[in-house]
Design a binder for this molecule. Structure first.
Ligand SMILES: [Zn+2]
Length: 190
């Protein structure tokens, strides 16, 4: 997980809420804005999933509500709250699809928590350890994810700190490298 610093709420979202104060994310009126919101979030997250940090694109992601849209019998009041929405990958075994409507606010480590990165570490075999509730809820130790992280670590192990910084951590890149969480953690612990 990487900390997501939320930018300003997009103008179209502010305008929509002004125009339709009673509507929510599921309203037909909002349907045309969903892709726009997705684009803004992907850009904000520099092209990686809010939870697993794998590469996402408009075709391969969705607007993920940290507090689910339908937690139990009621509908969340935060379905159009920009601070409650991130972009997540479409892998059905992990991340937002796996989390679905399950969520315990007290236990969940959110990518919007500026200390979230300190709550996880990684092993050379790709395993993530740290907050068990969040790891289980998002299934962050899914075999594919583990393998992907393992491959990243393997690639970095042959490089020195300056090279990693130069090649994989360029602040000016519009997109993060996939699994930038692992890269950042590896570099920091060198
Ligand atoms: Zn993901």
């Amino acid at each position: 997980m990487l900390y997501i610093k939320k930018e300003n709420e997009p103008g179209f979202l502010i305008d929509f809420k002004k125009k339709y104060p009673q509507k929510d994310y599921d309203s037909p009126e909002f349907a045309e804005y969903r892709p726009k919101l997705n684009q803004a979030l992907i850009k904000e997250q520099k092209g990686i999933c809010a939870y697993c940090c794998g590469r996402i694109s408009e075709q391969k992601s969705h607007n993920e509500h940290i507090e689910p849209r339908h937690p139990g019998r009621h509908t969340s009041t935060k379905t159009l709250d920009y601070m409650n929405i991130v972009a997540a990958c479409n892998n059905v075994r992990t991340c937002g699809r796996k989390k679905d409507n399950n969520y315990d606010k007290e236990k969940f480590v959110s990518p919007l928590d500026e200390h979230c990165e300190d709550k996880f570490t990684y092993y050379a075999d790709g395993k993530i350890v740290g907050d068990d509730y969040t790891i289980d809820l998002l299934n962050l130790n899914d075999y594919e994810l583990k393998n992907a992280r393992k491959a990243v670590i393997k690639k970095l192990q042959n490089l020195d700190k300056d090279t990693i910084n130069l090649v994989y951590m360029n602040e000016e890149d519009e997109e993060y490298q996939p699994y930038f969480n692992v890269i950042k953690w590896f570099w920091r612990t060198m």
